[in-house]
Design a binder for this molecule. Structure first.
Ligand code: NAD
Ligand code: AHE
Ligand code: ZN
Length: 370
């Protein structure tokens, strides 16, 4: 079939709106009509050319919501008409990783997914006769896409696509890092580096679980008001002090160090600061930000010897098919705020504006509706 998609032909170039050929679903796969998709910083990261898994031409996008319009042979968990959120972290419930119960990182299709392919090693998209690769197994910058059934979460039909698409990445990543990865306890002191589409969700997760001090760190002063609305108690702009003053200032504000810190930027320098502002003996720092391929983190090993813990979190530690429907319920029940984080809505033709707004620090989340 013909679909409308924003194609990334090469790194660092604007996306191009094209009519693309899409093959239908094979065994175990579903065809989804994408109704809305968010634009995440990770899409910009891959488009920048710094992602070792970036493969061009491709259809980016991994924060979507839509409807199942066709199913391939053997599909049992969803049917035509079901509302779904595509999962870049699938949940097969059969691989060693899923069965371990220790991680959300299902590996059943990770290799082909990282190579821009469907599980059978092929791409289903073609543009002007040329293969176009999938991205993160989701390719939501298209009005139709195919996905394995293990990579869709069935959600309630009354949830608005243009809001809950954000649960496909940013909301789940931020709130999940607090509740599933770090398991932040009530009364904890929390420091959040980066108050964008992910960090603000960390903040609302921390408030949800009853954290005490919630300190936000960002170089963009316009983030302060929004972060306060979501539960931030103190704002720190690193530009207001010398580099070496930031960590001691955060340790003082947290009365000895953070119980938990979260890095939501993707910068190796702030990753180190996030670890080092943690409390001696027990503070845990969770890396969420994606740093350029080849970048490395460093700290004095003494920081770890003296009890600080460095961890990472992908998709908030959430098991997509099991946890995403519940996060949609939290939104529908008013327990979490998504509406105020979606600062811009646009048609597919304007998708490059979403990247510009992000780079200028003017948007939290832009959502494309089809
Ligand atoms: P964003 O652009 O919306 O937000 C980034 C924020 O960091 C901005 O507010 C910016 O002003 C701030 N910032 C930049 N440099 C800074 C510095 N030196 N000190 C303090 N603040 C600084 O991005 P986002 O969509 O929130 O994504 C954040 C990061 O998380 C990206 O690296 C993205 O790739 C990554 N991410 C990871 C996962 C995961 O599963 N691990 C999921 C989604 C996004
Ligand atoms: N391809 C990149 C890694 C990118 C990355 O870390 N992705 C996160 C999700 S970011 C969503 O916005 C993730 O889920 N990682 C786990 C995984 O298996 O990819 C690179 O640097 O090679
Ligand atoms: Zn994302």
């Amino acid at each position: 079939m013909d679909v409308r998609a924003a194609v990334a032909f090469e790194a660092k170039k604007p996306l191009s709106i094209e009519t693309v050929k899409l093959e239908g679903p094979k065994a175990g796969e579903v065809l989804i009509e994408i109704k809305a998709t968010g634009v995440c910083h990770t899409d910009a990261y891959t488009l920048s050319g710094l992602d070792s898994e970036g493969k061009f031409p491709c259809i980016l996008g991994h924060e979507g919501a839509g409807v199942v319009v066709d199913i391939g042979p053997g599909v049992t968990s969803v049917k035509k008409g079901d509302h779904v959120i595509p999962l870049y972290t699938p949940e097969c419930r059969q691989c060693d990783y899923c069965l371990s119960r220790k991680t959300n990182l299902c590996q059943s299709i990770r290799i082909t997914q990282g190579a821009g392919q469907m599980p059978d090693g092929t791409s289903r998209f073609k543009c002007r006769g040329e293969t176009v690769w999938h991205y993160m197994g989701t390719s939501t910058f298209a009005n139709f896409t195919v996905l394995p059934e293990i990579a869709v979460a069935k959600i309630r039909p009354d949830a608005p696509f243009e809001k809950v698409c954000y649960i496909g990445c940013g909301v789940t990543t931020g709130i999940g890092a607090v509740v599933y990865t770090a398991r932040v306890q009530a009364g904890a002191n929390v420091v959040v580096f980066g108050l964008g589409g992910i960090g603000l969700n960390v903040i609302q997760g921390a408030r949800m679980v009853g954290a005490d001090r919630i300190i936000g760190v960002d170089i963009n002063p316009s983030r302060k008001a929004m972060a306060e609305k979501f539960g931030m108690t103190h704002f720190v702009n690193p530009k207001d002090m010398k580099d070496e003053e930031l960590v001691p200032h955060l340790v003082e504000l947290t009365k000895g160090g953070a119980d938990f810190s979260f890095e939501c930027i993707g910068n190796t320098k702030t990753m180190r600061q996030a670890l080092e502002c943690c409390h001696k003996g027990w503070g845990e720092s969770i890396i969420i930000g994606v740093a350029p391929s080849g970048a490395e983190i460093s700290t004095r090993p003494f920081q770890l010897v003296t009890g600080r813990v460095w961890k990472g979190s992908a998709f908030g530690g959430a098991r997509g098919r099991s946890d995403v429907p519940q996060i949609v319920d939290w939104y529908m029940e008013g327990k979490i705020n998504i509406d105020d984080l979606i600062t811009h809505v646009m048609p597919l033709e304007k998708i490059n504006d979403a990247f510009d707004l992000m780079h200028k620090g003017e948007s939290i989340r832009s959502v494309v509706t089809f």
